[in-house]
Design a protein around this ligand. Structure first.
Ligand code: MN
Length: 490
């Protein structure tokens, strides 16, 4: 999917400097795009489109960008000075993610060569300030990246933003299938689906569990055999209860059929709404997540959609992204951790070793013993992400965490588990998370960074809260109070 998207490189200039300068600008802009594409540091192609000299050209190219579904963003730069009143009407229409790339063709000031002709041709420092002002004045969400275009760190920042922009494009077409409703009485999994669609594009709708059951019943033996072979290859079969495993395969095949038929890339269910099903989908949901579908337990459509968005943003990366839930703490002084898991449904993309298929009783819900994948999560830096509905607006909360190899075996815990230290430390981190209203459900990702989530939130125009190793509850409380005021004025 990443390779299907392009980013349009639009360079600002004007007629003032004569045709020769404009030809040089065009040639160089095309060369820069080609050279950056060749580095492999950009996940999507950047395509040089235009050196804009008039308001009409700017408006026209932005209309074309809006119309082109494969265009995931517009990247602008001013090689020369480009008077910004000519950009106002066009930028007003812009519906794509927008990055102002403040760079320069030459790296060095050429000591002997520099004269006023050189200055007129190479004045990004001048032009990008005029261009930056109009972005600020129009108050359009934009990413600003400054630096030399041949530097790897600069290219990687641009590439990282591209993934956030693709996440925004994915979001705008995302459909979520809810099998039944939410778990009764739970607050944080509720939310305004109309607001979510207006801001994020998500189409969140429900399908009856009864319909899923009739599709499960229509699944053939050979379809189940095929999927079982895939399970055998990907996982270690640690059970004799093949009937339970086969039921999960049937449920997976049926859910996938319904999801694909409706074009849904995320789904939810709840143990309270399984009428007619033999087991809560465990292995089934886990293996669907491994294929890129988003999932949320207990009808949590927000976390289901976020899981799908983050998986789309991290396409081709191998760290892993999973639906997660904070479960229990280890509060030994100097050795504090949060243990994350779920009843069943943690994505095997975060597994440190080959996951085992096991069958155990569930303890709640009153259904048959479900097959599930059991494994330990990887060690490494990651983030947890939670989207909450604050009433009138959506808030995205991201916390930096450090995952560790679980410090104990927990041989009687029959589910996948990940252990981590939240930043800045366990108790302060928990205080900050609770102050911000972060949910118990999160997306845990080793691939997507907090910076990318901030970029995504900016494009979607929703509130963003980041809990880092520097965060204090006092400062956060103040920021949240000020944000509350600001968002009420918006
Ligand atoms: Mn849950």
């Amino acid at each position: 999917m990443l390779k299907d998207y392009t980013f349009w490189f639009v360079v600002g200039s004007q007629f003032l400097y004569g045709p020769e300068v404009l030809q040089t600008v065009e040639k160089r802009a095309a060369q820069m795009a080609e050279q950056m594409n060749a580095t492999g540091n950009l996940p999507c192609r950047i395509v040089y489109k235009l050196t804009a000299k008039t308001p009409e050209e700017v408006t026209q190219i932005i209309k074309e960008a809006n119309r082109d579904d494969s265009c995931a963003g517009v990247i602008t730069w001013c090689h020369t000075f480009s008077p910004s009143k000519m950009w106002i009407n066009g930028l007003h229409l812009l519906q794509k993610p927008y990055c102002h790339f403040a760079t320069q063709y030459n790296r060095e000031i050429p000591n002997a060569e520099i004269d006023m002709d050189f200055m007129n041709l190479n004045q990004a420092a001048h032009g990008d300030r005029e261009h930056g002002f109009i972005g600020a004045r129009l108050r359009i969400p934009r990413k600003v990246i400054a630096g030399y275009w041949q530097d790897e760190t600069v290219q990687k920042r641009l590439g990282s933003w591209m993934r956030a922009a693709v996440g925004a494009m994915f979001s705008k077409t995302l459909k979520v299938m809810r099998f039944g409703d939410n778990m009764r009485q739970v607050a944080v999994t509720e939310g305004d689906k109309v607001e979510a669609q207006i801001k994020l594009g998500w189409q969140v709708n429900t399908w009856p569990v009864g319909e899923l059951i009739s599709v499960i019943e229509s699944v053939t033996q050979s379809e189940v055999d095929r999927l079982l072979e895939e399970y055998q290859q990907s996982y270690q079969m640690n059970t004799d209860n093949m009937d339970a495993v086969r039921y999960q395969a049937k449920a997976e095949i049926a859910m996938k059929k319904m999801l694909d038929e409706q074009g849904c890339k995320a789904f939810t269910n709840t143990f309270e709404d399984l009428y007619g099903m033999e087991q809560l989908p465990g292995l089934a949901s886990q293996h669907l997540m491994a294929q890129g579908y988003g999932y949320g337990g207990e009808g949590d459509w927000k976390v289901a959609a976020m899981t799908a968005v983050i998986k789309a943003m991290s396409e081709g990366q191998t760290g892993g992204t999973a639906f997660m839930e904070d479960y229990t703490y280890h509060l030994v002084p100097g050795n504090t951790y949060s243990l994350g898991a779920h009843m069943l449904e943690v994505c095997p993309s975060v597994a440190a070793q080959k996951p085992r298929i096991e069958v155990h009783p569930l303890g709640i819900g009153g259904k048959g013993d479900p097959a599930r994948l059991v494994f330990e999560g990887k060690a490494g830096n990651a983030i947890v992400v939670s989207l909450v509905d604050m009433g009138g607006r959506l808030r995205l909360i991201v916390q930096d965490i450090e995952c560790v190899k679980p410090i104990m075996k927990m041989p009687n815990l029959p589910v996948a588990r990940v252990m981590w230290k939240p930043m800045p430390d366990l108790t302060t981190g928990v205080e900050c998370w609770i102050l911000a209203g972060g949910a118990h459900h999160t997306v845990l990702t080793y691939d997507v960074t907090a910076q990318q989530m901030a970029d995504w939130a900016r494009i979607m125009e929703i509130e963003f809260v980041h809990i880092t190793k520097e965060t204090t509850p006092e400062k956060l409380e103040q920021d949240l109070m000020l944000a509350d005021l600001a968002w009420k004025l918006k």
